[in-house]
Design a protein around this ligand. Structure first.
Ligand SMILES: [Zn+2]
Ligand SMILES: [Zn+2]
Ligand SMILES: [Zn+2]
Length: 222
């Protein structure tokens, strides 16, 4: 059994490589597809063929290429198979198909969470308390590391070596995690003005502090 695919509507403009034929939409496709590096099965939303190369756009927004080694399709999933929850919910919601497995598949969806980065954001910065001319304690995570120059001759910088975050890592901002940290008045905090706060901790409400002169909060709109 195959499913009827949606038209591959896009808002990304009409440009395509001049030396390639125009892609042709596929009208039907397999119920389930799985790429070689995928941890779960997905459902195709639309598909195109271009120069004999078949590409599926999945309901979750990813793409899958039929020509990739290890690409697989399935019409039925074995019980217990892991399936993309976004794909199954959208495909069923849009009326393309019924739920994949009677009795319920094991749905998987992995939202972004406040998981500390593998490399401390203080790596290669001077955000530290100097203990000696070339040793410092990281203001973000409390680890003591040597300071070195890094980068090439045209882009060299002086700072702590790359290091995994220590146990004293400042809590991540609930909106920007550890990506937007900045040093202000000797303290590390998120660029949005929030001090670090842990998820679901009512003792530390995530209220902006010292936002005077800052226009970086609430500017996102709808
Ligand atoms: Zn998916
Ligand atoms: Zn650190
Ligand atoms: Zn923030």
């Amino acid at each position: 059994m195959t499913v009827v695919l949606e038209p591959p509507l896009t808002r990304s403009g009409t440009w395509s490589p001049p030396d390639m034929p125009l892609p042709v939409p596929l009208l039907t496709g397999p119920r389930f597809v799985r790429g070689p590096r995928s941890s779960r099965w997905h459902r195709p939303r639309s598909g195109t063929v271009c120069a004999e190369r078949v590409t599926y756009l999945l309901w979750c927004g990813q793409r899958s290429h039929r020509s990739e080694e290890g690409f697989a399709t399935a019409e039925e999933l074995p019980r217990g198979a892991a399936l993309c929850g976004t794909c199954d919910g959208r495909a069923v919601g849009a009326g393309q198909d019924t739920w994949s497995i009677e009795g319920g598949p094991e749905l998987l969806f992995t939202p972004n969470r406040l998981i500390p980065p593998a490399r401390c954001p203080g790596s290669r910065t001077e955000w530290c308390t100097l203990l000696a001319w070339n040793v410092g304690t990281c203001l973000i995570c409390g680890v003591t590391t040597p300071l070195r120059s890094s980068g090439g001759p045209y882009n060299s910088r002086w700072g702590m070596t790359n290091h995994p975050p220590g146990p004293a890592l400042v809590p991540g901002c609930p909106f920007h995690a550890w990506r937007e940290l900045e040093l202000k008045d000797g303290h590390v905090r998120c660029g949005c003005g929030r001090p670090g706060t842990t998820q679901n901790d009512p003792e530390q409400p995530c209220t902006p502090t010292d936002v005077s002169g800052s226009s970086r909060t609430g500017a996102d709109g709808g």
